[in-house]
Design a protein around this ligand. Structure first.
Ligand code: HEM
Length: 155
């Protein structure tokens, strides 16, 4: 089952990109489908307000997000130009600084991913490996405490 451990402010987050075998199994099209399904769920979720309300802008986020995951998981480097020379993980954490992300937002985000993963027809242990990456990396996107004060996470 997909476990979730709580984010602890100031605690070092250890994460590992998904095994390349995950990408080999899901493929580029499968990856895009997973991310589009994920964003369809996000659009209806409690964290929809974080994302552009304009459908076209929302679709652009979807496209860039898919490119990121394709690259991260070992596919072609289709996201590279977005990072403008900044290391990929560093870039991704800093990109989220612009939003006030609570632990609750992370749980909602992970819940949407859990739903979307149900439709992916590959071996469960590969989905688990992908889950381990998002479960841990998502802790680095949390940057707001329950009282609303903001902090910045270091990798
Ligand atoms: C494993 C964790 C996560 C990863 C890998 C991730 C990845 C991404 C990527 C690739 C993008 C698109 C970047 C681009 O525009 O070039 C993005 C955008 C975004 N993500 Fe995340 N994300 C994660 C967790 C979260 C969580 C927990 C939230 C909570 C709300 C969140 C909120 C957002 C928002 C608001 C945007 C930008 C939308 C906009 O451009 O207006 N993300 N994320």
């Amino acid at each position: 089952m997909y476990k979730i451990s709580p984010t602890v402010q100031g605690e070092k987050v250890h994460f590992k990109a998904p095994d390349p075998v995950f990408y080999e199994a899901i493929g580029e099209e499968g990856m895009r489908k997973l991310m589009y399904d994920f964003y369809d769920i996000i659009y209806e979720s409690d964290i929809a307000h974080f994302f552009p309300q304009d459908r076209e802008e929302f679709d652009e986020v979807k496209v860039r997000n898919s490119k990121f995951f394709i690259q991260l998981c070992g596919g072609p480097k289709v996201y590279e130009e977005e990072t403008r020379g900044v290391e990929l993980n560093q870039y991704m954490v800093r990109l989220h600084d612009d939003f006030s992300i609570y632990e609750k937002s992370r749980l909602e985000w992970l819940g949407a991913m859990r739903e979307a993963l149900k439709k992916v027809d590959i071996a469960q242990h590969l989905k688990d490996d992908f889950w381990n990456y998002i479960e841990s990396f998502s802790k680095l996107t949390v940057n707001t405490t329950v009282d609303g004060s903001k902090y910045y996470q270091d990798l």
